[in-house]
Design a protein around this ligand. Structure first.
Ligand SMILES: Cc1cc2nc3c(=O)[nH]c(=O)nc-3n(C[C@H](O)[C@H](O)[C@H](O)COP(=O)(O)O)c2cc1C
Ligand code: SF4
Length: 418
């Protein structure tokens, strides 16, 4: 049944075919997007992406058409494309669903990405914990080759392209574009100094275009149904739909496709069927553990990039973790910081030392030995981490804690001795 909360564009094929059923994917309209791209050309793809307003769904929300327009300039050197399927952000599990339920849509999107960059090869960088899917994806790639969608002269054109799968290294930092490439090259996954960006010197020094799983799924969908059809959903500049993963204290956790523009409250009440045991929401965390805490008072905010940015919040990966009234903010930020303490790669001082000092202060709050000045210290250190860390991990690690101080200061103060 169609409702304003239940949209099926990116997730249109969920539950409709299995890995070894490429013919069913084709019956469902599969590979139409690729055909459209090959027939209408690169400029058409860029124009469609522009109309669709697609922003990268990996978290940084960079407009995809801007990233992809570099493909209009043919380069003399060999290029490479990547599907980032590392999905290491806690509470985020929407890419897993796409890979499991519609693998050919991702493969199709990566082929289009390869076409746009005139690449000969692409890679799916698959989260280590998703290794159980690897043989299924290998099978889907093999069937794509046999049916003329991968390999030489794709769909009778002079475009030759193939895809390999790389296993992730089991570290959160390896989802960051340059660390991912270091790990693909067999090195320790640590971020590279930029510039040069991976767009000009990426995998094996080739210009490299890397996209999130969902971004590629949206590209395939847009090329199949047309950007103006996709743009029928959404709100103002946040066009179309988003796959979200809801978890925490809700009655119906899971992955859902929602139109941009409904409110956070509608998402909790109408999509995840409210909070368990009829309890009240205390806060949400948006976009995974590196995202902001959002207090109950802001639940009537629309889920759009712009409405959330206006409040210094963000969509991030699309995760929504719901914490009920019984959740202790201090216990929660302890868990969040433990994650970063474990995952910081140690390359730069603000992140490596910041998460360590945070751990000490949070332990003091838990043991009720902290002073109010320690709360000021959380802000001071968090600001330094955010402004001076070498990569996105350290730049966002303090986000939940800074928001905890902003929205739950009284609760933190109540745990101090002065
Ligand atoms: C620490 C860290 C982890 C990241 N993990 C992922 C990830 O698992 N998957 C992903 O698509 N992007 C991840 N990103 C974002 C990527 O660096 C990049 O912005 C994104 O993959 C680009 O694709 P998009 O434009 O399609 O979003 C991560 C970034 C950082 C800083
Ligand atoms: S910010 Fe953290 S993860 Fe990134 S380079 Fe510095 S230490 Fe490593």
């Amino acid at each position: 049944m169609k409702s304003k909360y239940n949209v099926k564009m990116i997730s249109e094929n969920f539950g409709k075919y299995k890995y070894n059923e490429i013919e069913k994917y084709v019956e469902l309209g599969g590979f139409i997007g690729l055909k459209v791209a090959l027939e209408k050309g690169k400029q058409y793809v860029i124009d469609e992406l522009k109309i669709s307003g697609l922003r990268g769904r990996g978290g940084a929300a960079f407009p995809t058409w801007q990233k992809w327009k570099g493909g209009l300039n043919e380069l003399d050197e060999e290029t490479f494309v990547i599907c980032n399927a590392d999905e290491g952000e806690p509470a985020t599990f929407k890419d897993r669903e796409l890979l499991l339920q519609d693998p050919y849509k991702i493969i199709e999107g990566l082929i289009v990405s390869g076409y746009m960059r005139s690449a000969k090869t692409g890679a799916i960088y698959l989260r280590e914990e998703y290794t159980y899917m690897k043989y299924k994806l290998e099978l889907a790639l093999e069937l794509s080759r046999k049916n003329g969608y991968l390999g030489k002269n794709i769909l009778g054109t002079d475009f030759n392209f193939d895809i390999k799968i790389f296993s992730g290294a089991g570290a959160y930092i390896c989802g960051e574009g340059s660390a991912l490439i270091e790990s693909m090259e067999g090195k320790v996954g640590k971020p590279r100094l930029k510039p040069p960006r991976i767009g000009s010197k990426g995998y094996l020094q080739m210009p490299t275009q890397s996209n999130n799983v969902e971004s590629l799924a949206v590209v395939t969908t847009i090329l199949k149904i047309g950007a103006s059809e996709y743009a029928k959903y959404g709100y103002k500049d946040s066009i179309g739909t988003k796959l979200i993963s809801i978890c925490g204290n809700v009655n119906k956790p899971g992955v859902y496709e929602i139109p941009f523009g409904i409110t956070l409250r509608e998402i909790i009440e109408n999509i995840s069927n409210g909070v368990e045991d009829n309890k009240k929401v205390k806060f949400l965390q948006l976009g995974g553990v590196s995202g902001p805490l959002v207090p109950e008072s802001l639940l009537d905010t629309r889920y759009t990039y712009e409405d959330l940015w206006d409040l210094d919040l963000g969509i991030g990966s699309g995760a929504i973790l719901v914490a009920d009234e019984d959740m202790s903010v201090i216990e929660y930020i302890k868990l969040a910081n433990n994650f970063f303490h474990h995952e910081s790669c140690g390359k730069c001082i603000p992140c490596r030392e910041g998460v360590h000092v945070y751990k000490k202060i949070i332990d003091k709050l838990i043991n009720k030995t902290a002073k109010k000045t320690d709360i000021d210290y959380l802000v001071e250190i968090g600001t330094i981490m955010t402004e001076t860390s070498f990569c996105g991990l350290g730049q966002t690690a303090a986000t939940p804690i800074l928001k905890a101080v902003k929205y739950f200061k009284e609760e933190l103060y109540a745990a101090t001795i002065d």
